[in-house]
Design a protein around this ligand. Structure first.
Ligand code: MRU
Length: 343
């Protein structure tokens, strides 16, 4: 499935996005030809995952240019629309990085921007494939060679979250292709269930054995010795290796550190923000309270209760055993810092 699964596609007159809010029950695409619809789609997580929103953002600049032509926007209006795309979600640095990469081509017109957006799209998929190989090689050198591996992942860092193939799931897919996966523990990923709805869906389609568990079960599973390695994606990695990823990730990393289990982060170098020194400088998206107070549209918490809904947390770099990028593997906990190695 991962061969054909394209979360983001350019169709000639706009963006075609898999509507990830409908999965796994319905596989439907949404067609986007204007900036408001794109910004709303990013905010509602129709398209999600750091690399995927980066690619969508780059194509979004083409959409903005074409809309400017149709609506007669002046330059200030065009730039304001581009800023709204760039700032649709704050934590994943890929969105700003990809928009900023196409921005210098604005004056050369939509075709020049489109060519660069297509290049970003191709490069991201290639980066995923490359990090899959690096991550699998690294793990197989360090983990038991006499049996397939039991892995754990949190959120969805698969084909749906990228240009294709996946970061953390790319490593898992590569290990599976080499016949080395016994089981993937899939954290359900509260409150929007990216694990049980999206990761389990991708693994099921690829025939990779997996088991969905509540987020709160992950630490116990790790401490009982049922996990050989945890591998997750990232939304932004600071120069010192501090890593923002889906809320709940830091609990997985802490349990891994306590149990002596490798905790891997797989992400393209577009996710590494060497201008941000530490995790304290990473903006964390706070989402609406209803996402945690309600279940399937029905209020669960008492009417008077307030909610707290940070979409991400920051795992300290010293808990990141290894960072897998398309350029290779950095052993962050052992002192190989992204800020020194990836500039
Ligand atoms: O809120 P989401 O679903 O966009 O959060 C996604 C994650 O946290 C992913 O792990 C991260 O973006 C990496 S995707 C390759």
């Amino acid at each position: 499935m991962s061969e054909q699964l394209r979360a983001v596609e350019w169709t000639g007159d706009g963006l075609s996005l898999i509507d990830q809010t409908l999965l796994p029950h319905r596989l439907e695409r949404m067609h986007v030809t204007d900036v408001d619809t794109l910004v709303d789609a990013v905010r509602r997580l129709v398209v999600r995952g750091a690399p995927a929103i980066g690619v969508a953002g780059a194509y979004g600049v083409v959409i903005a240019l074409r809309q400017a032509g149709r609506a007669g926007w002046d330059r200030a209006e065009l730039l304001a629309a581009v800023s709204r795309i760039r700032e649709a979600r704050p934590t994943a640095v890929n969105l700003a990085v990809c928009v900023d990469r196409v921005l210098p081509l604005l004056d050369r017109g939509a075709d020049a921007v489109l060519a660069e957006a297509r290049a970003i799209h191709r490069e991201d998929e290639q980066a995923n494939r490359d990090m899959g190989g690096h991550g699998a090689d690294w793990l197989l050198k360090r983990l038991p060679a006499d049996r397939p591996l039991r892995l754990l992942t949190h959120c969805n860092a698969g084909a749906l979250a990228t240009a294709g193939w996946g970061t953390a799931l790319g490593v898992i897919r590569e290990l599976h292709a080499r016949g080395r996966v016994e089981l993937v523990h899939v954290d359900e990923t509260r409150p929007l269930l990216q694990g049980s709805r999206l990761t389990a869906w991708e693994l099921a389609h690829d025939g990779i054995p997996h088991r969905v568990q509540a987020d709160g079960a992950a630490a116990g599973t790790i401490l009982r010795g049922e996990v050989d390695a945890a591998i997750v994606g990232a939304d932004r990695i600071a120069a010192n290796g501090d890593t923002a990823n889906k809320v709940g990730t830091v609990a997985v990393a802490l349990a891994c550190a306590h149990a002596g289990v490798p905790f891997l982060v797989a992400a393209p170098t577009t996710t590494v923000d060497t201008a941000t020194a530490t995790g304290a400088g990473i903006p964390i998206e706070l989402r609406g309270e209803d996402e945690v107070l309600e279940w399937d549209g029905r209020r669960m918490a008492p009417e008077g209760s307030r909610g707290h809904n940070p979409a991400f947390d920051v795992t300290p770099g010293e808990l990141v055993t290894a960072l897998v990028t398309e350029r290779g593997v950095l052993e962050v906990a052992a002192g190989e810092l992204p800020g020194d190695r990836l500039v």
